[in-house]
Design a binder for this molecule. Structure first.
Ligand code: KG4
Ligand code: ZN
Length: 336
């Protein structure tokens, strides 16, 4: 018998819903993004995010069901992101999912947002199965995860300060690009010289697989401000390329080191920063040299979406994870 899961995501600034069939087949994927509105403020305004989720969630879920040619009676489980994320934003999704699940008497499945990002690769790669290592790099998280099973994770490395996406966004702001800036840094870097500006590759003591981005971010800010004070013209494309190269080296080198220790033969990359062209290129290059197989999600599944929640929701559903009306949203929660 096939299993259909409705996935609902509202942890940041995307209201998203999707229906999955047996986990990896996506029947619909609907995203209502608020990025344009938050752009004016240079970042996500939590209060506005919650309000837009409240306005958009009903139509987003309706549309995901309609596009999948489903009604609630066809749905076996309602999966919802309950942690981590902006608390007000998460509360909209969890409250909506609870109401729907209770009213229609459908099992409710709580999904961890990062497990959702990890699942994005299952949709694109039918052959990918645990165990493997996954580099998760997004606006809020940077982790190296040992994916032991579909629902069992061990964190090997993490950021000591900023998340990778956060560093990309701050670098973008200094260079005058709008929020979210990662994609603009990536675009600008295409025409720049990545060796023009020497940027520090921060060392992290006591954590071979941990990341640090704040020193790199500060170096970019200082370089830009110094140029401004001296009236020198800044080569934005080259600064973007230099930053991107250093950030990608940090992410990829730590993941490769972890793969060596863990004897991993498969590495996946997930999260918004998995869309970065240099991260993708360097990971493929370094893994290619070592005979490690790389799994990259399509760009459309790198950022927040409902499909990754509907896919992970399927595996959580199979593992028997359930929530009742007492389910609460949690802003900070480890994946382990
Ligand atoms: O996974 P995501 O949509 O949201 C979180 O869960 O945080 O990640 C968003 C982050 C933003 O910081 C955005 O600038 C970054 O992913 N991003 C990129 C690229 N596309 C999105 N960073 C670097 N290069 C890109 N091409
Ligand atoms: Zn995310």
């Amino acid at each position: 018998m096939s299993i259909k899961i409705l996935g609902i995501e509202s942890s940041c600034d995307e209201t998203a819903a999707s229906v999955s069939l047996d986990g990896r087949t996506i029947l619909s994927d609907v995203v209502a993004s608020q990025a344009e509105e938050h752009k004016k403020f240079g970042g996500v305004v939590p209060e506005i995010a919650s309000r837009r989720h409240a306005e958009n969630i009903y139509s987003t879920v309706q549309s995901a069901l309609a596009k999948a040619d489903c009604t609630l009676s066809d749905i076996d489980g309602i999966a919802v992101t309950y942690a981590p994320g902006l608390i007000g934003a998460l509360l909209v999704g969890t409250s909506f999912a609870k109401g729907l699940a209770m009213a229609a008497n459908i099992p409710l499945v709580p999904v961890h947002h990062i497990a959702g990002h990890i699942s994005s690769n299952y949709i694109a790669h039918p052959d990918l199965e645990p165990p493997y290592l996954c580099l998760v790099a997004s606006g809020g998280h940077s982790l190296i995860v040992e994916v032991k099973d579909y629902t069992s994770f061990h964190i090997i490395g993490r950021t000591r300060d900023d998340a990778a996406g956060e560093a990309f966004d701050k670098c973008a702001r200094v260079l005058g690009f709008p929020y979210p800036g990662g994609v603009h840094v990536d675009k600008a870097a295409q025409t720049g010289d990545p060796c023009k500006y020497k940027l520090p590759m921060p060392r992290v003591t006591g954590g071979e697989f941990d990341f640090s981005f704040s020193g790199l971010k500060t170096a970019v800010i200082n370089l830009a401000h110094n140029a401004e004070q001296k009236g020198e013209e800044l080569d934005k494309a080259s600064l973007a390329a230099s930053f991107q190269k250093t950030a990608a080296e940090m992410l990829v080198s730590r993941t490769i080191a972890a793969a060596k220790l863990y004897g991993a033969k498969k590495i996946a990359v997930a999260g918004g920063v998995a869309a970065n062209s240099e991260v993708r290129r360097l990971m493929e290059h370094e893994c290619g040299k070592r005979g490690i197989k790389v799994y990259l999600p399509p760009i459309s599944l790198c950022g927040d979406n409902g499909s990754m929640i509907a896919c992970q929701g399927y595996y959580d559903f199979l593992a028997g994870k359930r929530a009742d009306e007492s389910l609460n949203a949690i802003a900070t929660l480890s994946l382990e």
